[in-house]
Ligand binder design. Structure first.
Ligand code: NAD
Length: 512
């Protein structure tokens, strides 16, 4: 693998870029001091400081959002849409600045950081259109002179808990729709991405001020997972939209359920791609390498399991290993780099542990896996994306390790391939590379992939906001973006209207 030496920015360079971006985004300087250290995974250096909010601060934010809801819910939806229209314009104007924060705090390469902000702009477009389409159906009644209708109303306060790896897009997926739907939103970002959150929030505040929307629509709380639990437990929070690990979902979901709140869960994945003998291997190779090594393996949709027909497995593995050899690893700020750092030392420890377990379980590391650039960037954790051949879907393959490791399994029959695809507890994304129409259709059928995302001749990552996003089983069942996901942010009422002057009862019941 090509560890690009000389790419690590000199101390202070990133912090200076971040300070300029925060300034351009209009982040209040009072929010740039405090006990919390914001570090960059690119160098390990401290970029800035922010406050760390307490559970009491979270409760105060919920109070603000609950009070603001009482006026915002009565603003006509197309007028609410104007706020999101302006937010989208400001995001477009400041795309580079926000991408600088995403890059510095998460370590994404420039095009992926820009892509994340583009996703925010795209969901704003979708939500503005949706603001004129929060439609209910009208249904025929069985009673003469009666009409049935369904109406949709705002839910109340939405709590958004987001993960480090999509520090701003996931917030926008939720918030653009929730605000258009008439809700207010309290945001608890990941502890490693407070600067991204401040930049995003500053633009939304600017948009709100410009269109005359209330300031209390979108409180931001810089709270860790302990203080953040106030958001989970407070019965004024009608919907908790939580993105993160399965572990987090296990803690959050029962607590929200205990108070009969709603939860929208976007949890971990363990995504597979099947490669059939008929596949276009050049195309498959590109799809596999982007999905497995892109974002340094830190996407929820990262390709973690490759299920290859036995007849082509040796050849394909050789080609992946050869392509990996040429993958430039280094600071994502350097031109040409395709693989940036892991987010933390803990992520590196988990990567090493998974590789050890894989070998102990009969696996063979055929490419990558080692730490690189440790001398140049001792406080950062760069690793070579790894390819590991496994004899079976052993326990380590069943887990999501949030690092660039792809496990290769082989199959003989397509039934076996589908069983392997579905044979894990997570159910987010999946793909098949094939030119056999019957295989493709079987993969997409009820007996095929059991995931929320099932692709043909494209990798597992890189979704568009037009399609609903989310997964089944331990991934949590939630859906964000696309089609009818706005309904998650509203409550539905059924109305029966009687204009007959009589009072016939349904099902022919006779009473007084
Ligand atoms: P994480 O679970 O450690 O943290 C996610 C968020 O949850 C953070 O804001 C954290 O502070 C908060 N949190 C954790 N426990 C909490 C609790 N008990 N109460 C309240 N808040 C709590 O995840 P991470 O390391 O930030 O992100 C990586 C994980 O997220 C991976 O598993 C990845 O697959 C998943 N993810 C899923 C999606 C999706 O759409 N399905 C998208 C991005 C990331």
């Amino acid at each position: 693998m090509t560890a690009l030496t000389g790419t690590i920015p000199a101390a202070g360079t990133l912090a200076a870029d971040v300070a300029a971006a925060l300034d351009a985004l209009g982040v209040d300087k009072a929010l740039l001091s405090g006990a919390h250290e914001c570090r960059s995974p690119i160098t390990g250096e401290v970029l800035a400081h922010t406050p760390e909010h307490t559970a009491a601060d979270v409760e105060a934010a919920i109070t603000t959002a609950a009070e603001t809801f009482l006026t915002w819910r009565d603003v006509p939806a197309p007028v609410r849409g104007q706020l999101i229209k302006r937010w989208g314009e400001l995001l477009t104007e400041h795309k580079e600045h926000l991408a600088t924060l995403v890059q510095a705090e998460v370590g994404k390469i420039r095009s992926e950081a820009l892509g994340e902000v583009q996703e925010m702009i795209d969901i704003c477009d979708l939500a503005v259109g949706q603001s004129r389409q929060l439609f209910g159906k009208t249904l025929p009644s069985e009673r003469p002179g009666h009409r049935l209708a369904e109406t949709w109303h705002p839910l109340g306060v939405v709590g958004v808990i987001s993960a480090f790896n999509f520090p701003v897009a996931v917030y926008a997926w939720n918030t653009a729709l929730a605000l258009v739907c008439g809700d207010t939103v309290v945001w608890k970002p990941a502890e490693t991405a407070y600067l991204c959150a401040l930049g995003t929030d500053a633009l939304l505040a600017k948009a709100a001020a410009e269109v005359g929307a209330p300031a209390g629509l979108h409180p931001l709380v810089l709270a860790d997972r302990v203080a953040g639990q106030a958001l989970v437990d407070d019965e004024r929070v009608a919907l908790v939209s939580a993105t993160g690990s399965v572990r987090m979902g296990r803690e959050v979901a029962p607590r929200v359920a205990a108070r009969f709140g709603r939860a929208l869960l976007e949890l971990g994945g363990n995504n597979a791609a099947i490669v059939a003998p008929s596949a276009d291997l050049d195309l498959a190779l590109r799809g596999i390498v982007f999905a497995a090594a892109g974002t340094a393996g830190q996407r929820c949709t990262t390709l973690r399991r490759l299920i290859v027909h036995r007849s082509i497995a040796d050849d394909l593995v050789k080609r992946i290993a050869a392509t990996y050899e040429g993958l430039p690893i280094g600071s994502p700020t350097a031109p040409g780099v395709l693989v940036g750092p892991l987010v933390s030392q803990a992520a590196y420890a988990a990567q090493q542990d998974a590789l050890e377990q894989a070998v102990a379980q009969g696996g063979e590391v055929v490419a990558g896996g080692k730490r690189v650039l440790a001398d140049e960037a001792p406080g950062a954790f760069y690793v070579e994306p790894a390819v590991v051949r496994m004899p079976a879907q052993t326990s380590v393959v069943q887990e999501e390790t949030f690092a660039p490791i792809v496990y290769v399994l082989t199959y003989d029959t397509f039934d076996e391939a589908i069983a392997l695809n579905n044979g894990v507890r997570q159910g987010l994304s999946s793909a098949v590379f094939t030119r056999d129409l019957e295989e493709a259709e079987r993969f997409l059928s009820a007996g095929g992939s059991d995931c929320g995302i099932a692709n043909v001749n494209i990798g597992t990552s890189g979704a568009e906001i037009g399609g609903a996003f989310g997964g089944e089983k331990e991934t949590g069942g939630g859906r964000e973006s696309g089609t009818d996901s706005w309904q998650a942010y509203m409550r539905r009422a059924t109305n029966t209207v009687n204009a007959s002057g009589q009072l016939p009862l349904a099902q022919g019941v006779e009473f007084v």
